[in-house]
Design a protein around this ligand. Sequence first.
Ligand code: SF4
Length: 518
Amino acid sequence: MSCARADATWARASVNQAMAGVGDASPGFPDREGPRDECGVFGLYAPGHEVSRLSYFALYALQHRGQESAGIAAADRGGHIITRRELGLVSQVFSENDLRTLAGELAIGHVRYSTTGSNAWENSQPVQRSEGTNGSRRAVALAHNGNLINALELHDELLQRGVTFSSTSDSEIIAALIATHPAREVEDAIADVLPRLRGAFSIVVMTKDRVVTFRDPHGLRPLVLGELPRGAGEEGGPARYCVASESCAFDIIGARLLREVRPGEVVTLSEAGLHSRMAAPGGRPAFCVFEYIYFARPDSRMNGVALQVARARMGEILWREAPVEADLVIAVPDSGNAAARGLARAAGLPQDDGFVKNRYVARTFIQPGQELRKHGLRLKFNPLPDVIVGKRLVVVDDSIVRGNTTRQIVQMLREAGAAEVHLRISAPPIKHPCHYGIDMSTREEMIAHGRSTAEVAAELGCDSLHYLSLEGVYEAVGATRATHCDACFSGDYPLAGSERANGKYSLEQQRPLPLVRA
Ligand code: SF4
């Protein structure tokens, strides 16, 4: 732990400077205004492999799931856990030297967008705790994707037991419950703790000799297992395994997707290979349907669904549900790309780029100032008048939350000479908040809350608007509502008591962040 803090100090000034332009794109550079991705986790047990380097690249592939902080914890079997975590992007946080320091045989990693607790260094992950239990010490590092809905309750209980915290994230509560548990084996501790956690959690825990991963009984957030390729001279040796939020993390390190971690399952990656036990069987499956539409990378596979293919199918169904007389299909890049291709194919309409997107816009450190601010989104999207002028456009995107960005996009297209702008959105209207690890606006800020589709269209200034139906989403992914969560669209929360859930800053409201760092 002290290593993590010492490491962090030298890098903090430069990374904090960088953070002025990273993640918080809002002051001068309105990024897409969709829901904010939650977090990404990774872990592997792989003696003989460069575990920190593999973790680095896996996190690099998971960067879309969180841009506020990144961290890796590594250990030698039986040795010490070393953690390096910092605010910033994966590429900013780790140097070659860090990866050499994080040598070991097992490692876990995390990229964060804050859903409980603010964007502070203390809340970056992996969380590391070392506690005395039954005369021995248990050291754990933990990486978490999701959100507990009973965090305050558990926090109170631990405080009463004299447990202290250094962060305001619900992830440290889980780490503390596991680290202080009296069971001898960490898997037994997890099996006992897991049913007490309510909400969404896909978690990777590392002790000094194993990586243990587990998922909430509803399987709200994704978690997949992979097998690493064998290195030279390893042909006859034991297979080595890894775990990640998305399969795109496996592709980058040459690992093979094996399967999903099952809801309520605890899986150990160790010298003994892969060992599984069910700690909380029988929960109502409630996988987040928004992962298919928006959060996950299109080259990931989830529950057997190739997301790029499913998103294109959403575009086809969008057209079937709401055809319109038009000349050209364009996407809001990159979020609408796959659905636009599917829609254009189904419509038999040409597709072109209506905008050029500046992909580096979130990484500039210079604020635009008043003069440029009025140009708004042009800093990020620049329309192509020669493509657009005089055309009746079908404009495809994957979601609308507050509507500010979409309104500006419609206006830019009109200014660039579009004859008509018909919006097609490959998700249903977002009307309700998420309590399971996705940071969305409040109901009042959501443009679709309390408005009909015609009223939203009038607000956005488009000629027509159609949202993909919920049935259309499920048809595209070949699944049913019975095994998924779609609460942000339908208001049907799969877990009782979700509406009373603690807010993002609830732990801070209860107890402010420590002002003095150790
Ligand atoms: Fe996903 Fe929406 Fe359910 Fe949250 S409320 S888990 S974003 S489907």
